[in-house]
Design a protein around this ligand. Structure first.
Ligand code: 4AD
Ligand code: MG
Length: 460
């Protein structure tokens, strides 16, 4: 008997009247007046459950089937038929049902079939993927990750893994987690715990290392976990998150915008095609608007404005008397929300920020005040992408390193890239979890990563 999954059944890959085997978990169970037991079975391959029908002639009907509760795992053999009641629906008529695992204490099962809050589910990160909502997010997340790799493979990019343990701060500033070898210290080999002979940290970005590869194999990306010890307990910050970073030689900022649009549209179209039923579930339960806005995103161009105009819009429309709105201010999350949720009501690219607000590696514009950079803000989420043209001119780069009081020696190798055959190049970094928030409509970043790491929280 062929082992199949629920997705293949709903996608009409299994013919009616076939004898099949299916493994999964009980979502719900009810008994009819005629003693038929109906089980909604899920196996994680698809958002919908498959109805399993058992009659009381089955050998273990009274000893086992009748006792099944939400969460029990079972293996079923049976015949796939069209439901008598509703010819559109499929169901499996059981020939044999084996219980693989019982739920101990069903009354205390944390993922019972009633609706749970996201806060409740967060306490059970090891079980919450059994719910429809986390199941849908997980399937979408996987398609997005795979989609990026597919896009890059098809379009001639090379995947360059950047190191996770590093001795530099790629962003020039910001809190990092240090890496220590506890054993090394105990054995008193080195009192300073200097396993690597210097202080090392978990990476905050792979950008600088992939720049060296962009300056040799031209089209590259890195895709991995990023660690930031920021003291920001918000709904959009994690201490460990995933970042996609792309770096392209011989490209200026304008061209990179074009590349970003193509990549995002490819991945979002893929989700619309592959995860439509998951999106329908999220539309019904989380945000009415999500499918409409994803379709709109795929068919429109992202709006662009300069930082200086963003400030003007805020001054004129957000709060005219607010003296904290001026050229040189950093946009906080309320400003970002106003611009994308209220004013433009669409994703927005903001270009050319004052150099003081941005890291040392961004290319200085001719005005000597702003840098050639972009931040891309999305409704409901805020910044999802940050990128720039990189400063390829050694003179300007060294000036910025000096102005920002960074240790020139630490960046010797990075300066080498400018001293040996420098080229114009640009790149960007995309926060994966923030993109998943936009796609799914989920409001808290802790719900779009399986085991979130945040301040005072590193369970599991
Ligand atoms: O804007 P960021 O800091 O840019 C960089 O690190 C560049 N080196 C990227 C590059 O040009 N290669 O971070 C990029 C993105 C942000 O736009 C945001 O989406 C995400 O990473 N991000 C976070 N996501 C979750 N939690 C955090 N604490 C994040 N910090 C940044
Ligand atoms: Mg940024």
């Amino acid at each position: 008997m062929k082992l199949t999954n629920i997705k293949d059944i709903f996608k009409n890959k299994i013919s009616i009247d076939s004898l099949i085997k299916i493994n999964g978990w009980v979502k719900n169970k009810r008994i009819s007046k005629s003693n038929l037991i109906f089980i909604d079975l899920y196996d994680g391959s698809f958002i919908n459950t498959l109805q399993i029908v058992s009659n009381n002639k089955l050998l273990n009907y009274y000893t086992e089937i009748i006792k099944l509760t939400t969460g029990c795992s079972i293996s079923v053999k049976g015949k796939l038929i069209k439901s008598f009641k509703d010819k559109e629906k499929l169901e499996l008529h059981v020939l044999e049902l084996n219980v693989l695992g019982w739920v101990k204490n069903p009354n205390f099962y944390p993922i019972s079939s009633k609706k749970h809050t996201m806060e409740h589910l967060r306490k059970f990160s090891h079980l919450r993927s059994r719910t429809n909502i986390i199941g849908a997010i997980s399937r979408i997340r996987s398609v997005v990750f795979q989609g990026f790799h597919n896009y890059f493979y098809k379009n001639g990019y090379y995947w360059v893994p950047s190191p996770i343990i590093t001795s530099i701060n790629s962003e020039g500033a910001g809190e990092m987690f240090s890496v220590l070898n506890e054993n090394f210290k105990e054995n008193n080999i080195d009192k300073n715990n200097n396993f690597f002979g210097k202080k090392v940290f978990l990476t905050v970005s792979g950008q600088l290392t992939i720049e060296s590869y962009a300056c040799s194999i031209s089209k590259v990306y890195t895709f991995g976990p990023i660690f930031r010890a920021e003291n920001s307990n918000t709904t959009r910050h994690l201490s460990e998150f995933w970042m996609l970073e792309v770096e392209l030689a011989f490209l200026n900022l304008n061209k990179i915008i074009h590349v970003i649009e193509k990549i995002l549209k490819y991945v979002i179209s893929l989700v619309l095609k592959n995860n439509y039923e998951d999106l329908l579930f999220l539309k019904k339960n989380i945000n009415e608007n999500i499918i409409f806005r994803l379709k709109k995103f795929v068919s429109s161009k992202i709006k662009k404005i300069n930082y200086v105009d963003a400030v003007k819009i805020l001054k004129e429309n957000y709060n005219f008397n607010d003296n904290s709105i001026f050229f040189g201010m950093d946009l906080n999350s309320d400003h970002e929300k106003f611009l994308v949720d209220k004013y433009f009501k669409a994703p927005l690219i903001i270009l050319n920020y004052p150099k003081e607000l941005k890291p040392f590696y961004m290319r200085i514009n001719d005005d000597n005040k702003t840098v050639s950079n972009l931040d891309i803000l999305f409704p409901g989420v805020g910044e999802i992408i940050g990128g720039s043209q990189r400063e390829e001119r050694i003179k300007y780069l060294e000036k910025r390193i000096l102005e920002l009081k960074l240790n020139k020696k630490h960046y010797k190798w990075y300066r080498d890239l400018r001293n040996y055959g420098t080229v114009p190049h640009s790149g960007f970094g995309l926060g994966l979890e923030r993109l998943i928030m936009y796609i799914t409509g989920i409001k808290n970043i802790k719900d779009v990563i399986p085991f979130p790491r945040t301040i005072k929280n590193a369970d599991f």
